[in-house]
Structure formats: structure tokens, C-alpha cells
Design a protein around this ligand. Sequence first.
Ligand code: SAM
Length: 380
Amino acid sequence: MSGTIDIFLSRVAEAAEQSTLVKMTLSKPVDKHDELRNIYVKPVLIKEKRLYAFTYRFERRDEVKNYDIAQMIAALTELVPSRFLNTVLFTVNEDVTLLVSAKGKATFQTKKVQECREQNLEHDKQKVRLINPANPWWYQLGLTTREGKITADMQHKFKQIYKYAEIVESLIKPMKYDGMVHIADMGAGKGYLTFALHELLTQKLHLNVDIKGVEIRPDLVLKINEIIQTSGLKGLEFVESSIEAYHPKELDVLIALHACNTATDDAIAKGIRAGAGLIVCAPCCHKQIRQEMERSGITDAITRYGIFMERQAVMITDTIRALVMEYYGYKTLEMEHTPKNVLLVGRKTDKAPDKLMISKAISDLKRRYGIQNHYLETIL
Ligand SMILES: C[S@@+](CC[C@H](N)C(=O)[O-])C[C@H]1O[C@@H](n2cnc3c(N)ncnc32)[C@H](O)[C@@H]1O
């Protein structure tokens, strides 16, 4: 049998070397219960280099690995015939089929194609989605059915998760790391966005990650760590701690999404102190500044209207947060996350900030709105 398989593998290597390999499929698993159902192979151009993308299709998720020719042949040697019985090589002008019977007899057929095929070296963006609801953790987190379909009441949440993943991808992609990306997600809650971040970084961007979800509620931490374990996820862990008491050893990215009131300030302060290259927060419930404004007795027309007063407090709180980040050398921007929430983003730069001008801008704002202190300024 190995003679037939060797001939087949040499045909694959030849097609790859002559750049005539269009695609390849490995199907019919030897073990009917194998979680790996099939493999789809196609050539891709990555940084001007032709590689072969293997999409490993598991029951509930896809995993993509890119190989050069030698790695591809090594991978096929491992897989055929021990894992798959049918392998088809499609080249520009022929189909080469390798069939292995249940008894282990290998046969080989070649069929010329009528019309020359073309290769598509584009990365198939559709296939490697940012977030794949078929991944088993989404079911365990309660967002999908066992079959990987998003449940009706979680459609909205899933859209929010997907939008977040899109934004975070654009923020993280330009960053440079030495091997491992260290991330703390402060006030991680039920973990939806933390898992989305992990999935995006490991499965789409192929980064090595160390993601800590910091959460004060022990019940959530226990439950989420169980899901991480049963899903076999590496580089993700929930830690039971308050944001204030958590001291990261290394920190590249600080995330704080919907951490209430001054918990966002605690998180930003941690990020600044640890020198995080990127700070991403979605502030919510801006009570501290609202109460300061109410106490000040400053009456402008806006303070007569509850909703407008609330929005004013949001804008002042977050503007001062942005200014404080700038004071510490971050370039800031704000982005719409949901119709209700804004993402406040700080990216560390080498440019020295104009501290005098920034301090003056903060003082002016505080004076105008009768604010004695902004919590973030105070803790820093
Ligand atoms: C509104 S949830 C947000 C969860 C998640 N980040 C999200 O956006 O889906 C806020 C979470 O932060 C946690 N939390 C609030 N204050 C905290 C603190 N000081 N330290 C750690 N966790 C905190 C709460 O227990 C809660 O689970």
C-alpha cells in the first residue's frame, strides 16, 4: 500500500512545485466518530510566498494551518491513510484520486479534466470568520444551540460581539509583539467578549495569547474556567479579583467593557501604570461625575433635564478620561460600539505629551461644570 501512497504524495509534491495544485480534499475518516470530519486544502499567497492552507473541519469548528510544500507532505503522511480513506488532488488539468479500502488496500485513479482550471490564491475570508458560532464554547456560554445556531434571544448579543471583534481586530492588527500578547479584560463578567477576543486572536490572527478575565464574582469565575477547560482553550483564564487588587506582571492590552462607574477608571489606571500599548474601554454608568455636577449647584439649562444631564455627565467623564490618557502619553480616539455605548481607545505613543496644555484643558472643564475631582485623576 505504501507504494501507492508514496506515488500519490509525489504527485501532490510535483503539482505544488509546478504551481498547478488547485485544491485537495481529505474525507471519509477511518474512525467514524473522529471529531475531525474532513480537510480542505488550497494554495494561498502569504507575503508573496505560496503556501497551502489546510482547513481542518471539526464537528463544531474550523481550524486553518498554512504549510509550505515539505510541511504539507509531512502533514499528509500523518493523515493518509491513518485518519482518512479518500483523498482527491485537483490540479489545473487532472483529478488524482487515492482511495483506501476498509481493509487497507490503496488504489489510485487519474482523470483528465475537459477545461483547464484556474487557481485562486486569494485567502478565503468568508471561511475564516471573525467569530464562529459553531465553536463549542458559544453553546456552553448559552449563545447557541448544541448544533451551533445562535438562539433567537441571543441574536442581538451576537451582533454586538461580532461588532466588537471587528473593532478590536482593527486595533490589534497594527501592534507589534514579541511572541506573546498579554491581555487583561477587567470586569469580564459572563465572558462573551473575552471568548470573542480569544477566538479572534488565536483562530483568525494566529497570535500566542495570555488573556486574563478579571472578575470579582466567584461564581462566574468558577463557571467560566470550567468552560475554558472543557473547551481545551489555551491562553485564557478567569481570575477572581477586583480590578484594584489585580496586578498584571506584563500587559500589552487593557480591556474594560461596561465596567460600571469608577471601575472603568480603576482599569484605565492599571493600564497606564503597567504601560499597556493599547487601552480599550466601553465606559458605563457615569455616576461619579454626575453626582459632582449635581452637588456643585451649577445651574445651566441642561441640568434641568434628566436625560440631557446624564448625557452631559457621560461626555465630561469620558472627555476627562481621554485627556488623562493623553497626559500619560496615549493618543486617544472614540468609536461607536453600540448605539448606547462608545469605545474609548488609547494607544501609547513615543511622542511627549503637552502636559501643561492638557492639565489646563482638564482644569477648565472641571471649573466649568463644578467638578472637584475626577476619580481617574485622583487615583493616578
Ligand atoms: C456589566 S458587566 C460587563 C461584563 C463584560 N465586560 C461585558 O461587557 O459583557 C460588569 C462586570 O464587572 C464586574 N465588576 C464590577 N466591578 C468590578 C471590580 N471593581 N472588579 C472586578 N470586577 C468588577 C461585575 O461583577 C460584572 O460582572
